[in-house]
Design a protein around this ligand. Sequence first.
Ligand code: NAD
Length: 370
Amino acid sequence: MRPFVYAVAASRVVFGRGSLKAQLEGEVAQLGAKRVLVITTPHQRDIGEEVSSLLGARFTALYSNATMHTPVEVTEDALKVVSEKNIDCLVAVGGGSTIGLAKALAYRTDLLQIVVPSTYAGSEATSILGQTEKGAKTTLVSPKVLPEVIVYDVDLTLTLPKVMSLTSGVNAIAHSIETLYSAKSNPFIDLLAVEGIQVMMRSLAKLGSEPDDIEARSDALYAAWACGMCLGNGGGTALHHKICHTIGGMLNTPHAETHAIVLPHALQYNYAYLNKDSRRNLGRAFGLAVNEEGGRDQLEREGVEMAQKIFDIVQNGGAPTSLAALGVKSSDLEPVAEAAAKAPYPNPAPLEGPRLLELLHRAHLGSRPV
Ligand code: NAD
């Protein structure tokens, strides 16, 4: 057994269909909060209004300007509401952007947070805050940003469009994949990572043809939690996350789509450099036989097969597979590669300029890994 450190930071989790209506107010009361700020994006303001009405006298204000990549200007604007209205608790209802704003506010104020995720990004389960300022996305880790309570209610995800469901689910899978080759992970979190990938892959395959399947949606939400716990507790950020943060920060591409496009190519880049434990776990996660004694050709084949499984889920469900479809130009690729290599995250494969650029070109073209 390899040496490891186990130290899990976890929120209270309330999981179940109908839990938002049945349990949110009780959860707020249990925290002793009296003045709640509900947070959403402009797109989800309606759901914010519904949630506000569940809070009775504790509802104080609704802030519905949460924005992708958590720009610091938006946080500063919301901070004014927090202070003017004497807020003592945040209830964030939405995807990673909404939860990101709650975390950014909690980082600055240490306010209590209850979050109700409506995508599979997994941010709710981590102590990580990503913020954008002047076109650069930076991340920090602080116990202050981990929400006190997460309420998972599948009903909130029923409106998530099919393409966003698939890309967001692949975003979750990325957390678990990079956990499985992180030196900061441990055998317990690795188990959760394998479980998260297996359940999410199965759910996404179903949602690609039946996006209204409640059981598959409920399983995807559970897998999102598992994958988020891996990101939060196993250090699951390597080259893939670095590239996505760089592209998102520099070019303001949508987060989930960027992950879904880059992940197959980033996994292929790294696979042949993984140790046996990581390959065994990935093989179990993707239901593929791994030959632990295989030579270089065998390793490359295994990496391609796993990358193809992810690519096919994205393509078969009609989600974009190329960075070009997100408006990225081929002239953007070199600056992205340079920026990604400048302050690299720990990564199994060495960061070699020409290989990195080749990875980006493949993701730009959207070609199936071969
Ligand atoms: P998002 O929150 O930006 O949502 C995208 C759009 O979909 C928004 O307009 C939103 O209102 C809408 N939406 C969300 N749920 C919906 C639903 N159920 N029905 C209809 N519309 C819905 O997307 P995301 O991918 O969840 O989050 C991306 C952000 O999360 C990025 O800023 C990323 O950096 C951050 N993130 C952070 C972490 C972390 O640990 N810090 C982890 C993952 C993602």
